[in-house]
Design a protein around this ligand. Structure first.
Ligand code: NDP
Length: 250
């Protein structure tokens, strides 16, 4: 991405794909004016990036701590002012260890649903007033895009019911399918507000979650994903896309 959206908010930035997103947004030719990177615990790499980039703001956030959201929104609002927020990437997510038919537990199902679906929905809703500001600033005639106002939900291809050929992964699959459904509803509910919503699959990526045998590095995943996000427009409102801008069947 040559030119970053002006104000960007990403969850789960201490490691993995989230950390690489932060690096590549900061490294873009025209970086963001303000980049909000949330994490539960600041990693050394994120801390180092903060020391070198005045536009990087680290926010401590457990994404299921809904009571903390008003404070977070206020914190962001005080910095972005009337610019509002252009782009949210709900990246934080998890796969419970108890995932197959034999081991899956009610607790694993609930935990995945809460972190992978409920939290991104609630955070997106909490930040809507800031998206409204950004969308209004761009003007009514501007098409939807990630430089105006956009909510990107980090989904996964294994959320696709059509592509489920291997079974298992009950908590992860079901919670991300639910995330996709919430994203789709938001795209309809927000249709007149100039805010684009979509879900993206980052690929099978070499992170703690993806494991060492995954197909692509975080660098490749994020550079491709940012190209896709950069090109989003009205036709992608409510879409479910792979990192390389190809559609995934529901
Ligand atoms: P990692 O396991 O490497 O990182 C997960 C990130 O999410 C960490 O920053 C973690 O923080 C954060 N997180 C988890 N739970 C919470 C929580 N309750 N509150 C706040 N932060 C939380 O995963 P990836 O980087 O690989 O995955 C990022 C996203 O991409 C996820 O949504 C995942 O589902 C999706 N994805 C990944 C794929 C892959 O192959 N890697 C494939 C398809 C989708 P902490 O360090 O504190 O635990």
């Amino acid at each position: 991405m040559k030119s970053s959206p002006s104000t960007v908010f990403i969850t789960g930035c201490n490691r993995g794909i989230g950390l690489e997103l932060v690096k590549q947004f900061l490294g873009s030719e025209k970086g963001p004016k303000h980049l909000f990177a949330t994490c539960r615990k600041v990693s050394d790499e994120l801390k180092e990036l903060e020391s070198k980039n005045k536009n990087l703001h680290i926010i401590i956030l457990e994404v299921t701590d809904y009571d903390s959201f008003p404070k977070v929104v206020k914190q962001v609002e005080e910095i972005v002012g009337e610019d509002g927020l252009n782009l949210l990437i709900n990246n934080a997510g998890m796969i419970p260890a108890d995932r197959d038919l034999k081991s899956v537990t009610p607790e694993a199902m609930r935990q995945a649903f809460e972190i992978n679906c409920v939290a991104p929905l609630m955070l997106s809703r909490a930040l809507l007033p800031l998206f409204d500001k950004a969308a209004a600033k761009a003007g009514n005639k501007t098409a939807r895009n990630a430089h105006r106002a956009a909510i990107v939900q980090m989904s996964t291809a294994v959320a696709s019911i059509a592509e489920n050929e291997f079974g298992s992964y009950y908590p992860y699959r079901a919670s991300k399918t639910a995330l996709n459904q919430c994203m789709k509803s938001m795209s309809i509910d927000l249709k007149d507000r100039g805010i684009l919503t979509m879900a993206i699959h980052p690929g099978w990526v070499q992170t703690d979650m993806g494991g060492p045998n995954a197909k692509i590095t975080t660098q490749t995943c994020v550079s491709e994903m940012l190209k896709t996000i950069d090109q989003l427009d009205d036709k992608d409102h409510g879409a479910f896309l792979r990192y390389n801008n190809t559609p995934i069947p529901w």
